[in-house]
Design a protein around this ligand. Structure first.
Ligand SMILES: [Zn+2]
Ligand SMILES: [Zn+2]
Ligand SMILES: [Zn+2]
Length: 646
């Protein structure tokens, strides 16, 4: 927007307009005699003067109209101006009939707990020193259906310690429990009493100073979009309206502060009780007038964050329902994604801006490999049947080549065994490395604790005990074909129908079940065993790319050249009939099977078993996780991905 506010701007603008007009005039005039020229100039000047007067008049008009409509300062806290639509769009949650409750201020709670609150409220007011209240919150069974959040408030200033305790529900976190404890403490104390609330959650104390104490200086973005913004607004209203002062102080938890211990106990007892959760009446504050509801429940986190999480989880759910994903990754829940994604991203963190063309090519290759979408001859033939009359593997020249055959080709068997043996030979080296860094980390931890003046036992260094060959065989037996690859000769699998095969390891998938089973044979802490096995699978994957996939590409290109298929032919546009795409992308589907990899006998009315695309089911999982009843997998959250160091 142009600023018409200052008179300087006005002058600049008029000058500019005049100059432009002059230039225009000069270009158009043909000059004949001196008299005629002088006359013309005079006319021009007059015309310009008139133009100038017009521009100035118009600008003055604009300026005066701006002054009328635009107020100089935006009023703070004018909710009528911020939410002109509030009345029409405010949605009240449906009333739920339940056990009898009592209303105390903005709180709605069971009569018994209300009575304990009244006892504290009726105590004698003494403002010679502010009264100290301890509050604490507790979150039990998070991630299960039995999730319970509760809080306790303790007043030690009376003859007997007075406690108030209760449960809460909705979005679950320990911060919510602590916040409810703080609210209960403020509302329990007699209104005229100055109080100091001591609690052990640093972030709640910080939020208090931002969202209650200095609320008038806090930007609307913070006030409206913080987690539990409604409860904070109610707390602010409660603190503002009481005559006594409120201070909130952080204390260290679990360090034998009597009041804190009592509050903690009260919170734990309440969490295990089946009492009615306290409700906070969010209409009893004037700052925030509109709250979002989602599937009948109030949204207590930032709405934009919720929408982001929703699209993430919906995308993930749609991805798991794809046939090619079902085929390429037989059991999505049995994959150690930390390690698998670390291979995909070539051990770089996802959210760094690190990138170059080599890294980008490598990532493409990894993702195609993971999804079974490498351009093998079967898909080349489907794309351009005119160039590829056959899709027989160019290495063994026996079988048709698809994403499965690449890794299982008989001509690659020897290489696979070699890579496997090399990786096995490196396990001790990796083990010693991992053990050393484990010991060093323990030592650092110990030093830090001693520097802080804590009494901790000195860590005993751990030694690396190499597992025997028989141990290893026991460890990896769940993997199909692993025994044969290990011994270099045909050997039966332990399981009749193994879920994972050696080819899956070569594609860079780390199965969780293998990790658990194999880690057990190591006589070291689990984390060391896991690091070693991540390195093992990473080595197999990297070497298989170099020694199996790349030679395969060279062999195929040599064959293409012998057939007269040029690079230009491969990139030229093809308009003829295409191959059979219904048979899946990277895999050849055998008779009696579906492209999803399952046999057709398991398909009811042609529907693939397992996940189907269902945004509602995805939303439900997200809501359950927000309510603390379920933990989402890393792929469903896909926020900051913590890689295991490899
Ligand atoms: Zn606490
Ligand atoms: Zn082959
Ligand atoms: Zn299917």
């Amino acid at each position: 927007m142009v600023n018409f506010g200052s008179s300087n701007a006005l002058i600049c603008l008029t000058l500019h307009v005049t100059n432009v007009a002059t230039n225009f005039g000069r270009q158009r005039i043909p000059c004949s005699t001196p008299q005629a020229r002088r006359l013309q100039q005079k006319k021009d000047k007059e015309a310009l003067r008139q133009q100038h007067r017009l521009v100035v008049a118009r600008l003055k008009e604009i300026l005066s109209s701006l002054k009328e409509t635009k107020p100089r300062y935006k009023p703070a806290f004018d909710t009528d101006a911020s939410f002109p639509l509030q009345e029409r769009h405010q949605v009240q949650p449906p009333p739920v009939p339940g056990p009898p409750t009592t209303q105390i201020g903005p709180l709605c709670l069971s009569p018994v707990e209300a009575a304990s609150m009244r006892v504290v409220q009726d105590t004698h007011v003494d403002n010679s020193t502010p009264r100290v209240l301890y509050s604490d919150g507790s979150l039990l069974n998070s991630g299960t259906l039995e999730v319970s959040q509760a809080f306790g408030v303790v007043d030690l200033t009376q003859d007997n310690p007075l406690t108030v305790q209760g449960r809460t529900d909705g979005h679950a976190s320990s911060a919510k429990a602590e916040l409810m404890g703080l609210l209960a403490a403020v509302l329990s104390a007699p209104p005229e009493q100055d109080i100091v609330v001591k609690l052990d959650n640093q972030s709640v104390v910080d939020q208090y100073s931002r969202l209650v104490k200095n609320r008038r200086d806090t930007l609307p973005r913070k006030r409206f979009r913080s987690t539990y913004a409604g409860i904070w607004a109610v707390l602010w209203q409660a603190v503002e309206s009481r005559p006594g002062r409120v201070e909130v102080v952080w204390i260290k938890g679990h360090s034998n502060i009597h009041g804190n211990e009592l509050a903690d106990q009260a919170a734990k007892v309440a969490a295990q009780s089946g009492s009615v959760p306290w409700m906070v009446d969010l209409t009893q504050q004037t700052d925030i007038t509109t709250f979002a509801h989602c599937y009948g429940g109030i949204v207590e986190i930032d709405l934009r964050q919720l929408l982001k999480q929703q699209s993430t989880i919906r995308h993930h759910q749609a991805w798991t329902s794809q046939r090619r994903v079902k085929r390429a990754i037989p059991d999505i829940d049995d994959v150690e994604w930390n390690s698998t994604l670390a291979y995909v991203h070539d051990r770089h963190a996802v959210f760094t801006f690190y990138s170059n063309s080599k890294d980008s090519h490598q990532r493409t290759h990894h993702i195609k490999k993971l999804h079974g979408m490498l351009p093998t001859l079967n898909s080349m033939q489907a794309r351009k049947p005119n160039l590829y009359p056959t899709c027989v593997c160019r290495r063994c020249e026996l079988e048709k080549e698809d994403n499965d055959h690449v890794w299982k080709c008989p001509s690659a068997a020897e290489t696979t065994t070699e890579i496997w043996k090399e990786a096995m030979g490196k396990i001790n080296e990796w083990g010693v490395q991992a053990t050393n860094s484990y010991n060093a980390a323990r030592k650092r931890e110990y030093k830090r604790a001693v520097d802080r003046g804590r009494q901790v036992p000195r860590p005993v260094p751990i030694h690396w005990w190499p597992p025997s060959d028989a141990d290893h065989v026991r460890g990896f037996s769940s993997i199909g074909g692993a025994r044969a690859v290990h011994s270099g000769s045909p050997a039966p699998d332990r399981d009749e129908k193994p879920m994972w095969n050696v080819s899956d390891l070569l594609r860079g998938i780390t199965p969780l079940s293998m990790l658990t089973e194999w880690s057990a044979v190591f006589r070291t802490p689990m984390s060391i065993a896991k690091t070693v096995l991540h390195k093992f699978v990473g080595y197999l994957e990297a070497q298989a790319s170099e020694l199996i996939w790349k030679p395969r590409c060279s062999a195929t290109i040599a064959w293409e050249q012998s057939q007269g298929i040029s690079a230009k032919d491969k990139t030229s546009k093809y308009t003829g009939p295409r191959g059979d795409w219904s048979q899946g992308y990277g895999y050849i589907t055998h008779d009696g099977f579906c492209p999803c990899g399952a046999s057709l006998a398991t398909h009811d009315e042609g529907r693939c078993p397992g996940a189907t695309k269902d945004p509602r089911a995805a939303d439900e999982r997200l809501l359950e996780s927000l309510l603390g009843r379920r933990r989402l997998s890393m792929m469903e959250r896909m926020g900051r991905i913590p890689f295991i160091r490899i």
